[in-house]
Structures are given as C-alpha cells and as structure tokens.
Design a protein. Structure first.
Length: 227
C-alpha cells in the first residue's frame, strides 16, 4: 500500500526536523521544503497527500502559497503557525486551509489532526494529480497549465500534447507517438493537424514567456527539457 506523502513548509529547521522525524515514525513519507521561492514546483514534484504550512516564511508567506496550491490541487492543508490571532486564522481558512495548529504544539496533537484529516479526505475523494517540470505545472483534473504565476486554459489536443511531453521530459517524443495520443475514437489526427496544434500551443505559451520549454528535435520529434 502506498504511503501517504506529507509536505512540510516550515522555515525553522529544528521544528521542521522534529515534525518530519515524528511523522516518519508513523509511517508517512515526509519531505521538507528546500527552496522557499519554489514551493509550488516542489509541491507538484512531490505530489503530497497533505501539506503542513507555516505562515511566516521567506519571500512569500503561507497565505500566498496556500492560494497558489489551491489553483492546482485540493489536497488538505494544515497551517502550523505562532501567528494564531483571529485575523490570521480567518485568512488561512479563506485562502483554502483545512485546519490550524497554533505553535507551540504537542507532536501527538499534530499527528492526530494529520491522521483525522487524511482519513476524512481520502475516504471520499482522490488527490488532484499534476505533471510538473521546472515550474511548468499541468493540472490533469481540469486540463489547465500554470506557468510563471499565470493559468492557461488548454484545448483537448493541447493538453494531450503537453501531457505526453511532460511524461517524457528530457527525452524526444516522436511525432507519430504524439499523433497516436491525439486520436480520439473515430477522430484521426494527421501530420498537418499536429503541426497546427503545436503552433497554437507554442503561441499560447509564448504569451506567458514560456515558449522556451518546448524544443523541436529534427528527425526525432519534440521534447521538454534541456537540449
């Protein structure tokens, strides 16, 4: 059975370490944020089932990152903070937080809240899945793309093209393989249709300064990643 993954976003390394060690002893797969400018990218790469989020963080606070997470996922978020006045608690809830634990706290209480929230959440619904590559985040639940802080709505074909490229990030994907992914029952996609869709996708990504993600590999196809 897959372990529940917990993502800890905590600036105090001692507190983060204590939470991580304690939750790991309960059998959770735990990761702590490393780059506080890239919380969303780390979140997408780890694909956690639950987030423990402090408010006081470098660069952007926890309220901001909770809002960013909520653009791509409905995974439960527990705020863990000493900023436990009514205004901060209300804001945490309004930004999408599911619970609030005030510092200082007992690790047993935190663990109990984590267990209860995981049980309530995953008894009824599944985690929103995403594909991520260096800040490029594809939401598989609603076929949207989040890049450079902006959300793009994709057509069905644009979504399928990006999905197969992200699934094979760092490796070229043949045009034939992409066309096969685009086939939908009796809808046949030819070489020209792929070219048109790829051009539209690149223009859409160019509008948010993200055109450099997709590369053409002559004789091989297309790829996302370093050339």
């Amino acid at each position: 059975m897959e372990k529940y993954r917990i993502f800890i976003v905590e600036d105090d390394t001692i507190i983060a370490g204590e939470m991580s060690s304690y939750l790991a002893r309960w059998g959770y797969d735990v990761a702590c944020a490393r780059d506080f400018k890239e919380i969303l990218a780390e979140f997408a790469a780890f694909k956690p089932h639950l987030v423990l989020l402090d408010i006081g963080l470098p660069f952007y606070n926890g309220h901001y990152w909770c809002g960013q997470i909520r653009q791509i996922s409905q995974v439960p978020v527990i705020f863990v903070s000493s900023a436990s006045d009514n205004m901060n608690i209300v804001m945490a809830v309004n930004m999408g937080g599911d619970d609030f634990v005030a510092k200082p706290f007992e690790l047993e209480v935190l663990s109990a809240k984590v267990q209860a929230l995981l049980r309530r959440t995953y008894t009824f619904r599944n985690q929103t899945e995403v594909c991520e590559y260096k800040g490029l985040i594809l939401d598989l639940s609603d076929a949207s793309l989040l890049v450079n802080g902006q959300k793009l709505e994709l057509t069905k074909n644009e979504f399928r093209i990006l999905q197969i490229l992200l699934e094979n990030a760092g490796q070229p994907v043949a045009r034939e393989a992409i066309m096969k992914r685009l086939w939908d029952n009796d809808c046949f996609v030819d070489d020209n249709t792929l070219t048109v869709n790829m051009t539209r996708l690149r223009k859409k990504m160019e509008s948010v300064q993200a055109a450099e993600y997709i590369h053409t590999r002559k004789g091989l196809g297309y790829m996302i990643g370093e050339v």
